[in-house]
Write a protein that binds this ligand. Structure first.
Ligand SMILES: O=C(CO)[C@H](O)[C@H](O)COP(=O)(O)O
Length: 225
């Protein structure tokens, strides 16, 4: 099976977690896009969705799914999103698609985080995938120095195929931090969160996944944490 077929399988499996009559939290990225397309097939069952990015909001609306502002929503039962890496303990690196801050906010008010990922995302120790850190543009160099002091190798994210700096939905910039071997995800998350100028770090350890639907050649495996 191709990686895209595995993503589609887990996206389809995640529909089992949709709660009737509720507002669903929806993540960002190619796997989340497959989920949105599956959600569209059962859209009559849900009240609508809270989106973790402008791209996700646009895709939901294109399918005729109502998009709610998080400020108008008290609680979200289920949040469905992909990951760049996930450990057997449910900690994740996210933000390859640059939506880490809004993803973290929506996940923080959600009762259950359902991670959907192809099997290549499961790792014993995170860090092969450069850790995204969203920063205020004026603090970029100062934050980068502190990330270097933690042993990381930050690189400013550019727009694909261009020399222009990538700007997030929030007006932030992203430092992709290579060279880390993340043996204490919650500790590193806390440490990076404390750096002044950081908007959010793409480590989801203190609020990790509750369930991971992992796409493998033997079918969808369900990991619960
Ligand atoms: O965190 C994310 C976006 O900010 C995505 O969930 C992550 O990058 C995985 O993406 P994909 O489903 O395309 O592999």
């Amino acid at each position: 099976m191709t990686q895209d077929e595995l993503k589609q399988e887990v996206a389809r499996a995640a529909i089992a977690y949709v709660v009737d009559g509720e507002i669903i939290g929806v993540g960002t990225g190619s796997t989340a896009n497959f989920f949105i397309d599956e959600l569209a097939l059962v859209k009559h069952r849900v009240k609508g969705a809270v989106a973790s990015s402008e791209a996700t909001a646009a895709r939901l609306r294109a399918h005729g799914i109502a998009v709610f502002d998080l400020n108008d929503v008290d609680a979200i039962a289920v949040y469905v999103d992909g990951a760049d890496e996930i450990t057997p303990g449910g900690a994740m690196i996210k933000g390859g698609g640059a939506a880490l801050t809004r993803e973290k906010i929506v996940a923080s008010v959600s009762g259950k985080f359902v991670c959907i990922a192809d099997g290549s995302k499961l790792v014993e120790t995170m860090g092969n995938f450069p850790l995204p850190v969203e920063v205020l543009p004026m603090a970029r160099a100062a934050v980068a120095r502190q990330l270097r002091a933690l042993g990381g190798e930050p690189r400013l994210r550019l727009k694909a195929g261009s020399d222009e700096v990538f700007i997030t939905d929030n007006g932030g910039q992203i430092l992709d931090v290579g060279g880390l071997r993340i043996t204490d995800p919650a500790g590193l998350e806390r440490e990076i969160d404390q750096i002044v100028g950081v908007i959010a770090v793409g480590l989801f350890a203190r609020r990790g996944a509750d369930v991971c639907l992992l796409g493998t050649s033997e079918g969808v495996k369900t990991l619960t944490f």
